[in-house]
Ligand binder design. Structure first.
Ligand code: FAD
Length: 406
């Protein structure tokens, strides 16, 4: 039963879907977002973002008051190796406190983004899970794409966008979803209560088979993000479950000698949420009558700050391409693929190299020691990780010599 027609159907009302819906609706386009969650609740996702992501939110028109309420400034991320070597990445913080990385309160940010989309004219259907997508020929004039919800409603659209994360239904319907080349990993996230003595810095502690990030967020709480790979952790998770495993990992983190850690004794704020398998790759990000944004368009690993910034940039680049395509420019959608490739190819390469280092503890230790003792190399690494300079800076032979030479 056809229930309605819409110009653009967006599957997924996370940050990427909400940002895209806001921009398309602002340009006068008829947009409908399907979001399976009836109301916001914590799920496996990230909170740590560089100043570049905050700049994208400002560009989108998110008000300063919302940004202040939804984020906690993080002056630096302290990365700690298995052997205890530590270095601080400042993500371009100039000391003024205005351009720091942040820890987001997603319970404030995500609903704020959806309400911006609604204010600009997008419609959001909450509690609507898209069960299947049928892709037509993608003629710009027709309504050839069909989106079916699990309760049987059908919507016809000129374009369907997958903003539905790492298990993207749209990517699967387009036949472009692939596993990443990395070994299978699982991500676990939750918050622990703390107080205003919590250190403003974030920590990223690497241990055998995984790493754990601790990022302060508003309200004195910290977000815990754990990534685990390998047979040992798979067995531990099967044997004792996510909560006990996560609690044991957090309990074993080395004590911070420089700052109090009130969250060590704090209450868990929600159940541990998991994502598996963590990575997701696609062979193409757009085709006839369909397009992917955010994690649905590919997500490697949170260690290199992949997600939030990329989700917002992809939404902005996609909005431009979609408006051109709806306006009759046949090259609109392919231009999105080209623009995304140009924007993120070097960063993807850097991220893969970092993953290689993570998989080889001796290699990671070697690089960690050099980053700890070489401020300029450390500064460049922070800027690259924070998407504040072209990632090609980290592939420049001069940087590699600075980082790796004895
Ligand atoms: C463990 C973990 C840690 C992370 N840490 C970081 C970090 O520190 N920093 C960072 O920048 N990024 C991090 N990320 C990634 C980050 O969370 C995402 O990039 C970001 O949330 C933007 O995602 P998105 O909007 O593309 O997708 P999502 O946030 O996954 O949103 C997808 C939305 O689509 C909805 N949906 C899915 N399927 C359907 C369907 N069939 N029908 C209807 N709705 C559907 C979901 O309910 C959800 O609301 C992390 C991710 C994980 C899993």
């Amino acid at each position: 039963m056809v229930t309605e027609r819409v110009e653009v159907a967006i599957v997924g009302g996370g940050l990427a879907g909400a940002a895209l819906a806001a921009m398309l609706a602002d340009a006068g386009r008829d947009v409908l977002v399907f979001e399976r969650q009836p109301a916001w609740h914590w799920r496996a996702c990230g909170v740590f973002a560089s100043p570049a992501a905050v700049a994208e939110l400002r560009r989108l028109g998110v008000e300063e008051r919302t940004l202040t309420e939804a984020s906690q400034p993080i002056p630096a991320m302290r990365v700690e190796s298995q052997a205890g070597t530590a270095f601080r990445l400042t993500y371009g913080d100039d000391g003024s406190g205005r351009a720091t990385a942040v820890g987001f309160d997603r319970s404030a940010l995500d609903p704020a983004m959806l309400s911006i989309a609604v204010t600009r004219g997008a419609r959001i259907r909450r509690g609507a899970t898209v069960g299947s997508v049928e892709l037509g020929d993608g003629a710009t004039s027709g309504f050839g794409q069909r989106v079916r919800t699990t309760d049987g409603d059908m919507t016809e659209a000129r374009l369907v966008v997958g903003a539905d994360g790492i298990q993207s239904t749209v990517a699967r319907a387009a036949g472009v979803a692939r596993a990443t080349r990395l070994p299978s990993r699982i991500g676990l996230t939750y918050h622990i209560g703390g107080d205003d003595r919590t250190s403003p810095d974030a920590r990223m502690v690497v241990f055998p088979g995984g790493y754990c990030g601790i990022a302060p967020v508003p309200g004195g709480r910290v977000n815990v993000g754990i990534v685990l790979g390998g047979r040992h952790w798979r067995r531990a998770l099967a044997r004792q479950g996510a909560s006990i495993t996560a609690r044991a990992i957090v309990g074993d983190l080395p004590r911070d000698a420089e700052a109090p850690e009130p969250w060590r004794l704090g209450p868990e704020c929600e159940d541990v949420a998991g994502a598996w398998p963590l990575g997701h790759a696609v062979t193409r990000r757009a085709g006839n009558g369909w397009l992917l944004v955010g994690d649905a368009a590919g997500f490697l690993d949170p260690f290199t700050g992949e997600g939030i910034h990329r989700a917002l940039v992809s939404a902005r680049v996609a909005a431009r391409a979609i408006l051109a395509w709806l306006g009759g420019q046949h090259d609109g959608l392919p231009s999105y693929e080209r623009a995304m490739r140009a924007r993120f190819l070097a960063k993807d390469l850097v991220s893969h190299i970092v993953q290689l280092f993570l998989a080889w503890p001796a290699l990671f230790e070697y690089a960690a020691r050099r980053l700890a003792s070489r401020p300029r190399a450390r500064e460049t690494m922070g800027l690259v990780m924070g998407d504040l300079v072209p990632a090609s800076r980290a592939l420049d032979p001069r940087f590699l010599v600075q980082l790796l030479s004895r």
